[in-house]
Design a protein around this ligand. Structure first.
Ligand code: DGJ
Length: 359
């Protein structure tokens, strides 16, 4: 028999506590995102254990109500083939899944770092499945937009020479060079860097891949092809030189919102927020959406996704990770409601809350 207390507890979201699945095991789905499809929420995330290296792959949990979560297994498994790009021991971060109506296919993208190379490869990779739980089949990795200039990139910047001293960081000269496309030129031929990432599908079905690029200095937003499996080559910069990670993009009343973090490794920092009338920008900076105690560390967490709650107007959940780099498997989930004040997203800490709290 379950007590009234545990029944009530199970009808609420408790940010930062250990969250369990229906088997009673702690949820292991870090840096994740949620796909709502066929009346079900599918939560995909990084499986972690004692280190950050991928030893299992991407896990999937399903839920009808966002409180009860059923383990659906490993949606994308790492490979035992040493030749595979997703061999056990590589790094797989921030997986996101979207559904392609045309091909009736689930498409997963994730940040991939090749085994034993630290964060050098800076790739994004794609896998597909005919069912939401997987198994997803790995297709390939990308450094996006090789041979393409971003929208609005000035003609004179395309022809600037890269001089060795330009690449020396953290000087005012370097900052100016970054603003004027230093790393875009450097990576023009072989494709741009892609680290922290998310996906967004617009109302018209067009999908976008948003990622930290240019040594994490600038976010890139890239259009995906109609099958969602590749890049069209059309892309734009967001907050050039602004050092944003952990992007989470959502849309409300025709306006696009973006929540990000700064770049401090596994340590939390103050979130940032932006809004735009067009997905291609210009993006207006709105400052830290977190308010109140611990806002300067985003309540000791880093954004990963903003989930629109189905069936409720203007109900969005800010999903974030409280990383535990010394024991990654113990990382916690911080989910909080997004409020809107004067057209700005606002996030307040709550020890516990429920979807009923959305008006
Ligand atoms: C911050 C990123 O947001 C995480 O996903 C991860 O890549 C860490 N940096 C690694 O230090």
């Amino acid at each position: 028999m379950i007590s009234i207390w545990s029944w009530l507890h199970a009808q609420e979201i408790h940010p930062g506590e250990i969250w369990k699945d229906t088997r009673g095991n702690p949820i292991n789905a870090h840096g994740g995102g949620i796909l709502f499809h066929n009346n079900t929420y599918y939560w995909y995330g990084e499986h972690k254990d004692k280190t950050n290296d991928a030893r299992v792959g991407v896990t999937c949990y399903s839920s009808k109500d966002l409180y009860t979560r059923k383990y659906e297994g490993v949606a994308l498994a790492v490979s035992s083939d040493p030749e595979s790009e997703i061999v056990s021991g590589c790094i797989i971060e921030r997986p996101k899944v979207i559904y392609n109506k045309k091909n009736k296919e689930y498409v997963m993208w994730f940040h991939l770092e090749l085994k034993d190379q630290g964060y050098k490869a800076a790739k994004t990779a794609v896998a597909v499945s005919k069912t939401p739980q997987g198994p997803f089949v790995y297709i390939k990795s990308h450094n996006p937009n090789a041979g393409q200039w971003p929208l609005g990139f000035r003609e004179e910047w395309k022809h600037k020479k890269i001089i060795e001293k330009d690449l020396k960081g953290w000087t005012p000269e370097w900052e100016k060079e970054v603003q004027e496309g230093l790393y875009i030129r450097r990576d023009f031929k072989n494709g741009q860097m892609a680290r922290d990432m998310t996906l967004f599908v617009d109302d018209n079905g067009k999908a976008y891949h948003i990622h930290s690029s240019e040594e994490n200095m600038t976010l890139h937003i890239s259009e995906l092809t109609d099958d969602y499996k590749s890049f069209t080559g059309k892309y734009a910069l967001i907050a050039a030189g602004g050092q944003n990670e952990a992007p989470a993009l959502f849309k409300k009343d025709g306006i696009y919102y973006l929540i990000t973090s700064g770049c401090t490794g596994w340590d939390p920092n103050a979130a940032r927020s932006f809004r735009a009338k067009s997905i291609w920008g210009p993006w207006e900076s709105l400052g830290n959406p977190a308010v109140g105690k611990d806002a300067e560390t985003t309540f000791h967490s880093q954004s990963t996704y903003v989930l629109p709650v189905k069936g409720k107007k203007d109900a969005f959940i800010f999903m974030a990770d409280r990383w535990r780099p010394k024991n990654p498997v113990d990382g916690r989930y911080i989910w909080l409601p997004v409020e809107f004040e004067n057209g700005r997203p606002v996030i307040r800490w709550k020890d516990h809350w429920s979807l009923k709290d959305f008006k």
